[in-house]
Structure formats: C-alpha cells, structure tokens
Design a protein around this ligand. Structure first.
Ligand code: ADP
Ligand code: MG
Length: 289
C-alpha cells in the first residue's frame, strides 16, 4: 500500500474508535490468522457480581460473606470488588485482616479474626470432596465463576459470580470466523465456566486454568506453528501475551499496562472492531502500490 493509503487507513480507524499505534500495526492486522482472546474483561464486561453465597452445612451465609469481604479488601481483582460490593449492600462491616497475600491466577489468603482464610479457585483453596465438586460444577456450567473458601484448612463454602458477556462479542466472533480467523479463548477461570462462555459465544477452541505467565507461552506456541498471531486482552495479566503477539489489541477500559503493550486500542471496548481493523487493513493493502 502507498504511505498515503496507510495514513488514510489509520485516520479512518481513528474515526471509528480503532487506534493504530503506527503504520505497521495497520498493515499487519489484515494478515493475522490466529486471534488469542482473553475472556474476563475482553469477551465479558469484566464487572462480575455475586450471584450466590453457599456456606458449608451448618454455617452462616452472612458470616461467610463478611469474612471473605474482609480478606478481599486487600485485593484489586474484579472478583474482590464484587464481593465487597455485596457485603456493603448487605450492611456487613469489614473486620480487620492480617498477612494478606495474593497468588495471581489462584486467589488470596490471610488472617481474619485469627482464622486463616483462603479464597480462590476450587482445589487451590482446599481439596474438595465429590459433593462439593458437584456444587461447583452446577454453578460453573451456567458460565459463572466459582470461588471456594477455606477457613483454617476446612471447606467453608462457595461464592458464585457472574460476569455478563459483552453484547457485541457474539457477532464479533462470527465476523472473525467469516474472515477466516481462528479464535482461541484463554482464561484463568475453570474449565466448566470457560466451556459455558465459549458455547454461548460460538467459540470452538479455548483453554481454561491458564496462569498469567502461560498466556504469553500460548501466543509463542501458536507463532511457532507459523501463524501470524494476534492477542486481544485488557488486564495487567495480559501484557506479556500482548507483547509476545505479532499484532495486539487492548480494550480502552483495560489496564494502562495492557494499553501500553498494545499495537491497537479499541476505544469502544468492542471486539467487533478487531474484525473492522482486519477489513480496514485488507482494503488498505489492496490499494495501488
Ligand atoms: P482471568 O484470566 O479469567 O482474568 P485470573 O487469572 O485473574 O482470571 O484468576 C483466575 C482465577 O483465580 C479466578 O477465576 C478465581 O477463581 C481465582 N482468583 C484470582 N484472584 C482472586 C481473588 N482476589 N479472589 C478470589 N478468587 C481469585
Ligand atoms: Mg481480562
């Protein structure tokens, strides 16, 4: 494409809310063949809300929520914010917490009222028995994220959170398929939750339980297969994968770290704009050389 055509393409993109960092970003977008896409905050709104609090038999839901919220006060994770909002809505005051620690991709731990709490992915918090596992699967099969709670090493209950898919995501996946792009969803969430979201969006390929460091490895793996690989994400966790990709897209609503790492920023947080960027790139590249 001529430099003028590329400049026009970049300008056209900007008018639609697709910000290309430079000419190469526009030129490469049309050639991508694999799009690796983060689930939480990219395909979904990234604003989960608590849908269920299920204490272990014999314990109290309010108390469980209060303890978990007291610990989550130390976390900046969207799941933590959702728990805190729910506790506040129920008028539950926060208790002092000590020794707070976050394990990225797993959960949080610390002391509340002298008790050791672990809140995070089922199995990381505490080994689950079959009935507890079934309870997790029932909630997760509806696409909800399920965190389990352990108090002093004993199972204390489950909290389910729902994060709505962005209304535009389904059409975006369809448009990308029409362009011949292979879409692979990555998430730190569990397999049942991931499968439910993938089904809802018509995504054929996904990987669940992906630790933050492994997102970039997945991108590298697809590149090694010879594909031109794009990554779309929003989180701090996604920055290494965005940097590893040939072309990277960040959501405007995402973290600054993700936006800084990205070649293309989607100002309307709409994944359909990935398909639009590809079209724009392809039509630009067709313009006389
Ligand atoms: P994603 O890739 O979907 O954005 P993360 O890697 O941030 O997910 O987290 C993966 C999983 O770790 C979450 O689904 C949750 O089960 C658990 N987790 C992480 N942080 C927290 C937290 N602050 N509170 C509870 N659970 C957490
Ligand atoms: Mg995310």
């Amino acid at each position: 494409a001529t430099p003028t055509a590329v400049m026009m393409g970049v300008g056209l993109g900007a008018r639609q809310g697709i910000l290309f960092r430079n000419a190469e970003a526009l030129e490469r977008a049309g050639k991508l063949s694999v799009l690796v896409v983060d689930k939480t905050g990219t395909l979904t709104e990234g604003r989960p809300t608590v849908t269920a609090v299920q204490p272990a038999a014999g314990s109290d839901a309010g108390r469980l929520l209060q303890w978990v919220a007291s610990l989550e006060a130390g976390s900046e994770h969207p799941l933590a914010r959702a728990v805190l909002e729910r506790a506040q809505a129920e008028g539950l005051p926060l208790l002092p917490a000590d020794g707070f620690r976050a394990e990225p991709g797993h959960g949080v731990l610390g002391l509340v009222e002298g008790h050791q709490l672990r809140v995070g992915t089922p199995d990381w918090s505490v080994p689950l028995d079959e009935a507890q596992r079934d309870a997790v699967a029932a909630l997760a099969s509806r696409g909800q994220t399920v965190v389990s709670v352990a108090v002093d090493g004993a199972f204390a209950g489950l909290i389910a959170l729902a994060d709505a898919v962005r209304p535009s995501s389904r059409a975006a996946i369809e448009a990308l398929a029409g362009q011949g792009v292979r879409v692979v969803m990555l998430t730190g969430d569990n397999a049942d939750t991931a499968a439910a979201v993938a089904r809802e969006l018509g995504i054929a390929e996904f990987r669940a339980g992906v630790k933050p460091a492994d997102k970039a490895n997945a991108v590298t793996e697809f590149k090694a297969g010879g594909a031109l690989v794009a990554m779309a994400g929003d989180g701090v966790n996604d920055a290494p994968a965005l940097a590893a990709a040939d072309v990277s897209f960040a959501m405007r609503s995402g973290s600054d770290v993700a936006i800084e790492a990205a070649d293309i920023t989607l100002m309307h947080n709409d994944l359909a704009h990935v398909a639009a960027a590809i079209s724009l790139s392809r039509s630009t590249l067709r313009k006389i050389r």
